[in-house]
Design a binder for this molecule. Structure first.
Ligand code: C2E
Ligand code: CA
Ligand code: CA
Length: 703
């Protein structure tokens, strides 16, 4: 409305007021005209009906009387603002508005406002529509829609949802609950929640479910399916409360966590078991011992812990290849497991490498265990065929008893380890029981390693030396070669044999410097001896498999040859046959390179390994050294002549030279000569002697 209406008002005032009344009366909703002081000046019948007042009563009222008190002050402000600026729309627009009836009840209303001018006076025409009914219809519709939605959520949600009353009696269950539990909802309804519990659930004394302090436990729980199968679930129990805060029931919301449990169990298994053999690992062993020791301490019985270390396993691994070593460990593990499975308590563990632990429980004090262990080992270490190799393994065992030999798992293990080393030192393939004196001997072994390291660090002190054992040509009776044998005399430990210190050097990473020193020293000694004796000889050097790893060793050989000036053909390298069966091909490549240089390759200790002569033809080998154990049998009553005979015949057929070691008697020499053996060495001719004595010894033999 603008000023033009105002201008026209005097002429058309009454008319327009009458017309206004008619229009208002005909309107289908309550219409009210209010002046700028808020007084009702015109109302229609619909307004009377809506607000429950008579027209006379209404015309006595102010607009505020039709508004609930809590909105009034707000309304005053709005009205004043509205009259100040009637073009501003929106008094109450878009807000929830309420009307107040005469009887004090409220109704939801929608209000339309229009400013009008009558006789130059400003009024507001308000149309008031009671929307209570409409809202009620909408609410019902919403509620219905909501219900459908809720049902479909409940039906499709992947959680099992079970509603109970406050005593845990099932009221309803959704389809996910049905499929999780294998029940139809009808079967569950009216039964106790306990029918699906895989474990007894704590309840309040009145039978209501027990809940955590937070009012809803979120826990790992177990359900029992209709068929009896147990399923791990994650479950939350949510209390259902009435408006006055009283618990009326519960919702048990759960989902299947078998996968999670499986994964966790797998992780747990991996952390406590050895991945190769699936035996318990060290961690599980210690945990097991912690409990077992406590139990044993309360009884009058003993616990026996035995450490088993396979003999020469490193040799098998280094030479035949890791996959064969692994295969062997697997077989041993399976056999150990099978043999101890009958006694449920006993535990087998693998500590790594070729070390196993067997724990025997409830052993009578002082019981003789040796027999039992011998029987066990006879089974466990019976020959194993792996990829065509028949491996005859033996083991060294160290035993400890609780409480006698140690108080804690780690002490028992340490003492078993010391006893096991004693078994190795006593020639392997036997059992040793821990004794306190062994502690001293163990520190001796550590002392040995430290002393050897020092000897290598200060070679100029001359603790290490080489002895040279002559090799005799059987046809001529002449010394044709020498074998260099390492010797060590420690100022603190006295003379130590190579059978003792070579393994220590190998274990302690000292074999490479030691081997290099042997090579250089032997080559230099040979050069000097040849000058002294006025003729040419060969020099044999022992090389351990670990020395042959990598190509640095080839450089060392070339260096030693060059410095000494001896011919490569004068150098012999003695290796054990195990090295050849390496499947990685590194060793073979190394041997090919040596041979290309013109160096002779000798198989040492032939006959005690795993290879057949025919197998050896694949490799670049020039010479076979018959092990002294076969030589020693010659001319004795139980002599198995066939082996030595066969080695000589076959080696010759393959174009190899044959040397026999450990010849101690004339009879042995005669036998070997008759069979056509090429060379011999042994105490019959000479033990290893210092370089300075070689010329004299050679003369004595040859002359
Ligand atoms: P091996 O290579 O089999 O050496 C022969 C061993 O037999 C030597 O013992 C030698 O003294 C001994 N022997 C010689 N003739 C006779 C005999 O007629 N009867 C008996 N019963 N024994 C005899 P040694 O010097 O104690 O060496 C033992 C082992 O130590 C050697 O066995 C060899 O495997 C290793 N070894 C020695 N020196 C070295 C070395 O410089 N490097 C490496 N890697 N190993 C070495
Ligand atoms: Ca040798
Ligand atoms: Ca030998």
């Amino acid at each position: 409305m603008g000023s033009r209406t105002e201008d026209a008002a005097p002429a058309t005032g009454i008319d327009s007021e009458d017309r206004l009344r008619l229009v208002i009366e005909a309107a289908p909703s309550a219409m009210i005209v209010v002046n700028d002081r808020g007084c009702l000046v015109v109302v229609n019948s619909e307004a009377e009906r809506s607000f429950g007042y008579t027209r006379e009563e209404l015309l006595e009222l102010r607009i505020e009387d039709l508004i609930p008190t809590r909105f009034r002050s707000h309304h005053d402000g709005e009205r004043d603002a509205y009259f100040a600026n009637p073009d501003r729309r929106g008094m109450g627009v878009g807000r929830e508005l309420y009307g107040l009836r005469k009887d004090g009840t409220e109704m939801r209303v929608e209000i339309g406002l229009n400013p009008i001018v009558i006789d130059g006076e400003r009024f507001v025409l308000a149309s008031v529509i009671d929307i209570t009914e409409r809202l009620r219809g909408q609410a019902a519709e919403n509620a219905a829609r909501h219900d459908v939605l809720r049902r479909s959520i409940l039906d499709t949600i992947p959680f099992s949802i079970i509603a109970t009353d406050r005593h845990g009696r099932i009221v309803t269950a959704n389809p996910a609950a049905e499929s999780l539990l294998g029940y139809q909802a009808d079967e569950l309804i009216d039964t106790s929640l306990s029918v699906i519990d895989g474990a007894p659930r704590q309840t309040y004394s009145d039978g209501a479910l027990r809940l955590g302090d937070a009012g809803g436990d979120d826990i790992e729980w177990i359900y029992r399916r209709k068929e009896g199968e147990l399923i791990p679930v994650q479950e939350a129990i949510v209390p259902l409360e009435s408006e006055d805060g009283e618990t009326t029931g519960f919702l048990a919301v759960a989902y299947d966590i078998s996968h999670r449990v499986e994964a966790r169990e797998r992780m747990e298994h991996m952390a406590t078991h050895d991945s190769l053999t699936n035996l318990a690992n060290r961690a599980l062993l210690i945990r097991h011992l912690d409990e077992a020791l406590e139990r044993t301490a309360r009884s009058s019985l003993e616990l026996v812990l035995v450490l088993l270390d396979l003999d020469h396993f490193k040799r098998i691994n280094d030479s035949l290849g890791h996959h064969i070593g692994d295969e062997l460990l697997l077989v041993v593990a399976e056999r150990l497991q099978a043999r101890t499975r009958t006694r449920t308590d006993d535990l087998v563990a693998r500590l790594g490498g070729d070390e196993f632990v067997i724990v025997f429980h409830d052993v009578e004090p002082g019981a003789q265990m040796d027999r039992r262990l011998t029987d066990l080992m006879a089974d466990v270490l019976a020959p194993v065929v792996v990829h065509g190799y028949e491996l005859a393994v033996t083991g060294s065992l160290g035993g400890t008893r609780f409480p006698l030999d140690g108080a804690t798992p780690s002490e028992l293990l340490k003492h078993a380890d010391i006893a096991m080393y004693q078994a190795k030192a006593a020639g392997r393939n036997n059992v040793q029981w821990f004794e306190p004196r062994m502690l001293e001997e163990n520190s001796d072994r550590l002392a040995l390693s430290a002393a050897l390291r020092q000897a290598l660090d200060q070679l100029d002190q001359g603790e290490l030396s080489l002895a040279y054992q002559p090799q005799v040509d059987l046809a001529s009776g002449q010394v044709v070669g020498l074998e260099a044998l390492a010797r060590w005399t420690s100022p603190t430990l006295g003379p130590v044999g190579p059978d003792r210190f070579i393994p220590v050097a190998e274990d302690g990473g000292m074999i490479t410097p030691l081997g290099g020193w042997v090579l250089r020293t032997a080559c230099a000694a040979l050069a000097a001896l040849q000058v002294q004796m006025g003729r040419s000889l060969r020099m044999a050097v022992n090389v351990s498999p670990r020395q042959m790893r990598g190509t640095a060793w080839l450089d060392e050989i070339a260096d030693a040859l060059e410095r000494s000036g001896i011919e490569p053909s004068q150098l012999e390298v003695e290796i054990t046959e195990g090295l050849l069966i390496d499947d990685h091909g590194d060793a073979v490549a190394m041997l090919e390179s040596l041979r290309a240089l013109g160096i002779t390759i000798v198989i040492d200790d032939f006959g005690c390994g795993y290879s057949s002569l025919a197998y050896l033809t694949k490799f670049p080998i020039d010479k076979i050294k018959i092990d002294r154990s076969f030589v020693q049998e010659i001319a004795s009553a139980d002599h198995n002549a066939a082996i030595v005979d066969a080695i000589i015949v076959m080696a010759h057929a393959l174009g190899m030279t044959v040397v026999a070691e450990g010849v101690e008697t004339e009879a042995q020499e005669r036998y070997l000569r008759e069979r056509g053996c090429d060379e011999v060495q042994g105490y019959y001719y000479s033990a290893g002697v210092p370089a300075g004595a070689v010329a004299m010894v050679a003369q004595a033999i040859g002359g």
